[in-house]
Ligand binder design. Structure first.
Ligand code: NAG
Ligand code: NAG
Ligand code: NAG
Length: 300
């Protein structure tokens, strides 16, 4: 029974025990549900905040990756330019139409290099990374070719007299190749080789693989002299030797000891007179001695 404070009429409600129980349980259920839901809501909120946080962190990280990809593209671009230049330098024009360049690999590369892109709507740089990967793949074939070319050129140099004729790179050029004033007569003449000065007994070596063609004693000229025949029509001569340690017909290897320095024949002091000719034409030995510098220090 509900009795208001005013003069209004009273309300008379009749509730059964069951109804009361029902309402009571309903209240409890509602309260419980509210409690569960609010707890759940708070937890979800916290999780969302943390997810949001890690998402923000990921976005920063991806941005950094994107920057790195752009830097990588720049490096790749420089790498390709350098590779192309190297290729032009080391491979002759007709060989340059190599498989890699013919197969249009370069076409893709060219467009890639001229339009480096990090698309904003793709996961940062995935497209760019794919392009980079493709560009690297495409670089493999020219690089392999360069490697083979360098190897072939090195092998060629072993048969060309590029080694310094005195063991261990010792001695120095005392008399150049070409027109010189003769040390005895004072007249101009053509010096047929170079003179390398060092002490008596310094070790003279073959400057390339070859076969000893002639061993002789020229009293009025080169004294004890060795002539070696090499591949590609090269012949080298070593004069004024104190001792000769090889015989005609013997095969010699690049760097093999063939004689000892002396001052035999027409000579003013211990030195080796070293000559190089190709197909009978005399050449300046220093032309070949300097090539080897390019092949990675084969010379001395
Ligand atoms: C997620 O974080 C951003 C920036 O930190 C903020 O603007 C946004 O309101 C956050 N969203 C939620 C659901 O927390
Ligand atoms: C490069 O050339 C050398 C000498 O021919 C060879 O041994 C090596 O395997 C080559 N490297 C590659 C990756 O082809
Ligand atoms: C030079 O000769 C040695 C020994 O005969 C040999 O092992 C080497 O392969 C030769 N080099 C070349 C380039 O022919």
């Amino acid at each position: 029974m509900l009795i208001p404070h005013s003069e209004r009429r009273t309300y008379n409600l009749q509730l059964s025990v069951f109804t009361l129980l029902f309402l009571g349980s309903l209240l409890i259920i509602v309260l419980f549900a509210f409690l569960v839901l609010s707890t759940h809501f708070t937890a979800t909120n916290e999780r969302m905040a943390s997810v949001n946080q890690s998402l923000t962190a990921s976005e920063f990280a991806l941005e950094a990756v994107g920057d790195e990809v752009i830097a990588l593209q720049d490096t790749m671009q420089e790498f390709r330019v350098l590779l192309d230049q190297l290729q032009r330098m080391l491979i002759s024009e007709n060989v340059i139409a190599s498989a890699a360049l013919r197969d249009g690999g370069d076409g893709d590369l060219a467009s890639f290099v001229s339009h480096p892109t990090v698309l904003s709507d793709d996961v940062p740089g995935v497209t760019a990374l794919r392009q980079l990967s493709a560009a690297l793949d495409a670089s493999m074939s020219p690089l392999t070719e360069l490697n083979d070319t360098v190897a072939a050129q090195r092998a060629l140099l072993v048969d060309v007299p590029t080694l310094w004729p005195v063991r261990g790179g010792r001695g120095y050029v005392t008399f150049q190749y070409g027109p010189q004033r003769h040390p005895f007569t004072g007249a101009f003449y053509i010096h047929r080789g170079i003179d390398i000065g060092m002490h008596r007994g310094a070790e003279v070596v073959a400057t390339a693989n070859g076969t000893v063609r002639r061993v002789a004693y020229e009293r009025y000229n080169l004294g004890n002299v060795i002539e070696i025949e090499h591949k590609y029509g090269f012949v080298t001569r070593y004069g004024h030797l104190g001792r000769v340690l090889v015989e005609a017909g013997q095969t010699v290897q690049r760097g093999q000891l063939i004689g000892l320095m002396g001052s035999t024949g027409r000579s003013t002091g211990p030195h080796v007179h070293y000559e190089v000719s190709i197909g009978g034409q005399l050449r300046n030995p220093e032309e070949f001695l300097t090539i080897s510098g390019m092949a990675g220090g084969l010379s001395r």
